[in-house]
Design a protein around this ligand. Structure first.
Ligand SMILES: Nc1nc2c(ncn2[C@@H]2O[C@H](COP(=O)(O)OP(=O)(O)OP(=O)(O)O)[C@@H](O)[C@H]2O)c(=O)[nH]1
Ligand SMILES: [Mg+2]
Length: 241
């Protein structure tokens, strides 16, 4: 039984029928995600699922990463409402397609497929090597939905606090890398990087940890190099959603 199935079965608020319905929806998503994984591969795109709480700095990080010539990407944006994030990226010259989920607190593979087809129709996927999916800001639900990405990256911003890893384990369990964003704020918030390291070591050892700040180009370059290296090595996440 995978982590997701176990958490469903252990949830006292769900009766047997509810569990069966939720599992059915999720397995439909898994089938779609697997076909997308193959599609991205066939199209020569390495795909990243970027997840975090609202406001952790996902869009800002993508805006900043557009400065690097060896990291050319297009973006599928997920938010409940508005095109604001896609508009920000388009202003930076990045092709982006917004999904407005309405009330859904996460992206599902079928939503991403539709947005991806729109990017393809615009020719946006032709001159890039990477597809980044910026998930809906939420530190819980996105961790249950496979989107066919090669890398699952979780941002934790300094103002959120250094105690989040063990409080939101489902999200950090699916991470192939953790990014502590807004690292320029560490001293202001008394944020203990050591606490995050310690908690990750308990929860899921050997997950690479990065500190990024939009004010520090070197920190962004180190993180960008990690993604590029994973693409070169054809790494695919081993996490089973
Ligand atoms: N000090 C500092 N602020 C940052 C940094 N990165 C992002 N921010 C600020 O954090 C705020 C939220 O950033 P966004 O990039 O919109 O966050 P997001 O995760 O995309 O938010 P949602 O899409 O709503 O989930 C903005 O005011 C950014 O300017 C950073 O490295 N340092
Ligand atoms: Mg955003």
């Amino acid at each position: 039984m995978n982590t997701r199935a176990a958490s469903l079965n252990n949830n006292p608020n769900l009766n047997k029928k509810s569990v069966q319905i939720v599992e059915k929806i999720l397995s439909k998503n898994d089938i779609k995600a697997n076909s997308l994984r193959q599609k991205y591969k066939d199209d020569g795109l390495y795909t990243i699922n970027l997840m975090s709480s609202p406001g952790s700095g996902k869009t800002t990080l993508l805006e900043s990463l557009s400065m690097f010539d060896d990291f050319k990407f297009c973006v599928v944006e997920g938010d409940l409402q508005t095109n604001r994030d896609a508009d920000r990226l388009i202003k930076k010259g990045i092709h982006a397609q917004q999904i407005a989920t309405g009330e859904a607190c996460h992206l599902e593979a079928s939503m991403v497929e539709t947005a991806y087809e729109k990017l393809q129709a615009q020719g946006a996927t032709e001159d890039v090597d990477y597809l980044v999916i910026e998930n809906v800001g939420n530190l819980v639900c996105p961790a249950s939905y496979d989107l066919g990405a090669a890398l699952n990256i979780v941002l934790l911003s300094v103002p959120e606090g250094d105690d989040k890893v063990l409080k939101y384990p489902t999200m950090f369990l699916c991470a192939d890398a953790v990014v502590i964003s807004k690292s320029d704020m560490i001293d202001y918030f008394g944020f203990r990087v050591s606490q995050v390291k310690e908690d990750m070591a308990k929860l899921k050892p050997n997950v690479p940890l990065f500190l990024t700040s939009t004010k520090d180009t070197k920190s962004l370059e180190i993180f960008k190099d990690f993604i590029v290296k994973n693409k070169q090595q054809e790494y695919y996440s081993k996490y089973s959603f």
